[in-house]
Design a protein around this ligand. Structure first.
Ligand SMILES: Nc1ncnc2c1ncn2[C@@H]1O[C@H](COP(=O)(O)OP(=O)(O)OP(=O)(O)O)[C@@H](O)[C@H]1O
Ligand SMILES: [Mg+2]
Length: 274
């Protein structure tokens, strides 16, 4: 079992999301092997890892879309096993592969989502129009989703995740198919939300982006953390020098190259804490 490297600096009372030693197998496939992470209020945590390393599985378990085999998940103080519903009203989610009702117009989709998420009707219209303007979709308001481009659909899905004013955003590769201007706008929106106290867990393969944008990064491989922390901390893990990029750290750690400091001391230290 490996815990977050920066756990020494962790104050549980500050955690909006707390995932501890979570395991999950799909029949014979072992997807998560003791993953642990936390996200503080207003923090952006990047979740990075090779294909199949367990990012989507982790996010779905936090949402309650999949059942974990073992471990603890706590969201806003709710243990999701004991209180499986209440916490969900505070979460916004962008799935990796969203199913979107293409027979609705762009506006109807956000309206429908807003009503499901109990947004009062009297504020919903202005909210949707404001959102659509932000991402350049206002001209598409009355168009059927089936006639929108892939990136436009992805922008709509992103907006749907914000409609309930989430305290925790779970974004599973949210930038796929979105043009540079849209990505820029989304990044500005996310930064603004985090400054207002929204916590964000974001899975991505865009390492340059993760390096610049996230407060901390959890690198996972084969269903468990191999390193977690801010860039300075991660640099120390690989000892490749001051100019080391997240990409170099990622490639080094996921290839188990020499130079990686041994995790066992961290594991042992955490084991003794519990
Ligand atoms: N429904 C499923 N049934 C069986 N195995 C699954 C299922 N979903 C995921 N897996 C397996 O679980 C492991 C983790 O998959 P997961 O989708 O969480 O990875 P990921 O890190 O999100 O990958 P990617 O970067 O490709 O999105 C993989 O070995 C995958 O094959
Ligand atoms: Mg995935």
């Amino acid at each position: 079992m490996l815990f977050d490297d920066t756990f020494d600096r962790y104050d549980p009372s500050q955690a909006i999301l707390y995932v501890y030693d979570v395991w999950k197998a799909y029949d014979s496939v072992s997807a998560l092997n003791g993953i642990s992470l936390y996200v503080k209020k207003g923090e952006i945590l990047g979740l990075i890892g090779p294909n199949g390393s367990g990012k989507t599985t982790t996010i779905k378990i936090i949402l309650g879309l999949l059942k974990k085999d073992r471990g603890i998940v706590n969201v806003l103080g709710y243990d999701i096993d004991k209180e499986p519903f209440k916490y969900k009203q505070f979460i916004g989610y962008v799935p990796e592969a969203a199913v979107i009702p293409e027979y609705l117009t762009a506006y109807e989709f956000l309206y429908y989502f807003g009503r499901i998420r109990a947004v009062p009707e009297n504020v919903l219209k202005d909210k949707i129009e404001g959102f659509m303007k932000l991402l350049g979709l206002i001209d598409k308001k009355k168009e059927l989703i089936v006639s929108l481009s892939k990136g436009m659909k992805q922008k709509l899905i992103f907006l749907s995740s914000l409609i309930c004013e989430p305290k925790l955003l779970l974004l599973d590769e949210p930038f796929i198919g979105i043009d540079p201007e849209g990505q820029y706008e989304i990044k500005s929106i996310l930064k603004g939300l985090s400054e207002k106290g929204c916590s964000i867990l974001l899975s991505t393969h865009l390492l340059d982006f993760a390096e610049r944008f996230c407060d901390r990064v959890a690198i996972i491989n084969k269903g468990k953390n191999i390193a977690t922390g801010d860039l300075e901390h991660l640099k120390q893990r690989v000892s490749l020098g001051e100019d080391t990029t997240l990409e170099q750290i990622f490639l080094t750690l996921t290839k188990d190259q020499p130079g990686v400091k041994d995790n066992r001391m961290v594991e042992e230290k955490e084991r003794r804490r519990f």
